[in-house]
Design a protein around this ligand. Structure first.
Ligand code: DAH
Length: 354
């Protein structure tokens, strides 16, 4: 029964505000005990709630006088419960720490820090430079068709260039593992209209005997720029800037005439030997130069294969091996080291140090 008259309310209030409730809050020894005390004193069925309910039966005047008192009591009791809860919780934490037998004064064990693989670091540096030069990232599949890997790149069946590319063919289906990143040129041009500037970094596969300079799986970055009026001078300027950013601003570059079916004219690009500076050493086979990439002006047949008008558009393309750049930049003597993943080798290439 709710107390309804002022006298009844007064006596319920006096009982509740006496020391008993406060004492039972203070002496609760566990969180569960405290909760029981709280429900008893402040819960939905508590005397306090009953008093609050009874308030509306009072005269306005009595209500004005009495309501603030009961609200203040409620606030005070809630605060006491909150404080006791915090005490009990912190001593519970303490107790569980004690039982763990944990010595917080011991020095921390530093977990071993991971780092990016040197090939990833090299690839990221190369793509970072090219991105700054306005090239955006494009990707294509590792498993390709003959059309993308060869035909559309002006390498018809029985063309000698196919033999050079020791291809892995899939069994029973007319598919292969891409031998270079050049097929992404075709895929890109088929899906967007010029002008365009893309790089296509990725893994390529060749059926090759593995040695210090060869691996059956390696990485390339393809580049392609198509616009109106692009000339060989644009190609030279772009690659020289790229190579000087990569190997140092005093790096000398050289363009040698070469042949690739998908470019005309084609060039191989050399950098001045980073080991001997050009005087001749075993690293450059005494030539003073190190071949670093292939490049050229996009062949009109390649444009024709993707439906670009070669009379309107011109462009340049290039392909560069990531392992080769990593070997030169990091001074690694054998490509196999990149794939064996011996931690003693990998730990030397902290990205903060190179
Ligand atoms: N695809 C060639 C290879 O794997 C590299 C290459 C040379 C790419 C010349 C090009 C290029 O885009 O223009 O050997």
């Amino acid at each position: 029964m709710s107390p309804v008259t002022r006298a009844e309310l007064e006596s319920a209030y006096v009982k509740l505000s006496g020391p008993r409730t406060r004492e039972s809050i203070a002496s609760a020894r566990t969180l569960a005990e405290l909760e029981a005390v709280r429900v008893d004193a402040l819960g939905r069925k508590s005397a306090l709630t009953e008093i609050l309910k009874g308030l509306k039966e009072l005269t306005l005047e009595d209500k004005r006088e009495f309501a603030p008192k009961i609200q203040a009591l409620k606030a005070e009791l809630e605060q006491l419960v909150g404080r006791r809860r915090a005490e009990l919780e912190s001593s519970a934490d303490e107790a569980s720490l004690q039982s763990l037998d944990l010595d917080l004064t011991l020095p921390a064990v530093t977990p071993p820090r991971g780092r990016l693989h040197p090939l990833t670091q090299t690839l990221e540096e190369m793509t970072r430079i090219l991105s700054l030069m306005g090239f955006s990232w494009a990707e294509g599949p590792h498993i390709e068709t003959e059309r993308y890997n060869f035909e559309a790149l002006n390498i018809p069946e029985h063309h000698a260039a196919r033999d050079l590319q020791d291809t892995f063919y899939l069994q029973d289906v007319p598919l292969l593992l891409r031998t270079h990143t050049s097929p992404v040129q075709i895929r890109t041009m088929e899906s967007v209209q010029p002008p365009l500037r893309v790089i296509c970094p990725g893994r390529v596969f060749r059926h090759e005997a593995v040695d210090a300079a060869h691996s059956a799986v390696f990485h390339q970055i393809e580049g392609l720029a198509v616009d109106k009026g692009i000339s060989f001078a644009d190609l030279k300027g772009t690659l020289r800037t790229f190579l000087q950013s990569l190997f140092g601003s005093s790096t000398k570059t050289r363009f040698r005439p070469s042949y690739f079916p998908f470019t005309e004219p084609s060039a191989e690009v050399d950098v001045r030997c980073l080991v001997c500076g050009g005087s001749g050493c075993p690293a450059c086979k005494r030539s003073g130069w190190i071949e670093i990439m292939g490049a050229g002006m996009v062949h009109p047949s390649v444009f024709a294969a993707v439906g670009y008008d070669p009379e309107v558009w011109s462009g340049f393309a290039f392909g560069v091996g990531v392992e080769r750049v990593a070997i030169l930049r990091l001074g690694v003597p054998d490509m196999r080291l990149f794939f064996e993943n011996d931690l003693r080798f990998l730990r030397q290439f902290d990205e903060n140090l190179i």
